[in-house]
Design a protein around this ligand. Structure first.
Ligand SMILES: [Zn+2]
Length: 241
């Protein structure tokens, strides 16, 4: 059993208001909005804990929130959902209590966690979404990228992330074409039942799924996720300058 109260306590200790989006299987799901100081900010969505047995995503989101993001708010606003699947987080299960993989449920209306995320999205359009995941079979990291204009930054992200650890040598085998070593394209064949392809279709011109190997220590996995995120924000802010 993992302790969701510790997550909640860390959120409540932040300097920013946290908002309860809804409740699934008796656990509250939270969002945090970090407002930008810019007139027309680029909106970024950050999500963790979709799969409850992948805690490094939740840890990465918490560490992101716990640091000083003032300079990033000159350019970006952030909508952050730290833990989409708190039941799974507590019980260390990929799925919900009902055995549902939320990341295959975005085309349906009857999965509470997916419905709560969709409600949070509203009609918002994001410049970038990053969704943190983990892989039990991998020995290194990799990532998926989807981008409407197909100007991919994944190869640069992978180079930066190599400072944290090595790239997984195996193809994840999800019917995703390679963009570079450790970088795979979000494939059209996935449909829109997963969060990232759903967002790419309806809410976000650019999506990244960061995958860390569970075999690494938690701190290294969280550091990998944050390196991918920071590098993506840096590239986007520079290309827009
Ligand atoms: Zn996952």
């Amino acid at each position: 059993m993992r302790n969701y109260t510790e997550v909640t306590e860390r959120l409540k200790n932040l300097d920013v208001p946290i908002e309860r989006l809804g409740t699934a299987h008796n656990y509250p799901i939270y969002q945090i909005h970090l407002a930008s100081s810019a007139h027309t900010p680029q909106r970024v969505l950050i999500t963790g804990g979709m799969h409850g047995d992948e805690p490094a995503g939740v840890e990465a989101v918490l560490q992101f929130l716990e640091r000083d993001n003032t300079s990033r708010l000159n350019k970006f606003s952030f909508l952050i959902i730290p833990c989409i699947n708190p039941y799974g987080y507590v019980h260390n299960t990929r799925e919900t209590r009902d055995g549902i993989d939320i990341n295959r449920a975005f085309e349906t209306e009857d999965v509470a966690e997916a419905a709560i995320v969709k409600k949070a999205l509203g009609k918002t359009q994001f410049s970038l979404t990053i969704d943190f995941h983990e892989d039990y079979d991998a020995t290194g990291f990799y990532l998926y990228e989807g981008k409407q204009n197909e100007k991919y930054i994944g190869p640069k992200l992978a180079v930066a992330a190599k400072a944290i650890g090595s790239i997984d040598p195996d193809d994840p085998g999800e019917d995703a074409p390679d963009l570079a070593e450790g970088v795979y394209k979000v494939a059209n064949s996935w449909g829109t039942q997963g969060l990232a392809p759903y967002l790419l279709h309806f809410h976000s011109e650019h999506v990244i799924i960061s995958e860390t190997p569970t075999v690494w220590e938690l701190e290294q996995r969280a550091a990998l996720h944050l390196t991918i995120l920071d590098t993506a924000l840096k590239i986007i802010s520079e290309s827009d300058a």
